[in-house]
Write a protein that binds this ligand. Sequence first.
Ligand code: ADP
Length: 365
Amino acid sequence: MAVTEEAVLAALKTVIDPDKQRDVVTLGMVQGLTVRDGHVGFALEVERERGPKLEPLRQAAERAVEAVPGVLSVTAVLTAQAAPSRQQPGPRPQAQPGKILAPGVKSIIAVASGKGGVGKSTTAANLALALAANGLAVGVLDADIYGPSMPRMLGISGRPSSPDGRTLEPMRNYGLKVMSMGFLVAEDTPMIWRGPMVQSALQQMLKDVAWGELDVLVVDMPPGTGDAQLTMAQQVPLAGAVIVSTPQDIALLDARKGLNMFRKVDVPVLGIVENMSYFLCPHCGKRSDIFAHGGARKEAERLGAEFLGEVPLDIVIRETSDEGRPVVVSRPESAHAEVYRRMAQRIWEKIGGAARKAPPRIVVQ
Ligand code: ADP
């Protein structure tokens, strides 16, 4: 029996926070919910000072979800609403100027979305491939630690090696260097991510991976705009962020949250990508605007962010990314691939890459 997010949330609504006498869903404590083939993972976000005494609440949440028919495993972790954790005394970890996490990486961009399922990972994979197609050295860091999808989308399996026993070699395919939690933990193994680990995962994956020289590292962020995402956005020196949104109003509201999150931490928003913008019928080629198309463009204008482009809802995009052959590499001649390449070009220009990269003109007379 397929387990749905709704069923999990309904179960979590029966779990009452002892201090606040309301359920954990209503209190907005449930973050990063992932349901995959009966395996459920989520974090309960709590105020830091309450963390140590809320282990029973975490266990109660796990038990409630375990009772949902079809659930095979549950991993619930407590995350602190405000870093640092008790085990990590000292100032909140931040991207300090001058602190070099990945010395050979020229710029890091985040691909983010206000909520899951809008095509953030599909966009991140295709944009990374499009940046590479435009001649750049590109890496992908799958920071979606709750539901890593880059191994599948980029058609990579196996485990990274560590020749020196300290750093991990990134995996490779289609000319990209790739690292994902999905390589380190088997897909059906529930991940045990304690709060501090969730918050430092991105830094660790930057520090402990032998990225070498890269023009750009594309980070596929976990969906949402909670504290885990905010901390990630703060922890690394991001050159900018790309927000992926679907046209539905609700998604746009979420997109706005994403935008505000990056602005709050002074990360430039490079623009908004409207995904599943309109429907292209695979049979007749007819275009239908099934979700009020154009909403993202208007919203982007209103919010003063650039509208980077629109990608249709097309079965080709779904099939190719789910089969590990994203459209930019499997159908480079297609209109979709062209859209991604144009967006990649614009992103590269915006982070100042084009100017930096331009070779000196040597005129021989
Ligand atoms: P997210 O990272 O936001 O959770 P994904 O990139 O995993 O979303 O996409 C969710 C599903 O939607 C995947 O099966 C993906 O192949 C599909 N998908 C994403 N973008 C499109 C699109 N433009 N057209 C058709 N299917 C898409």
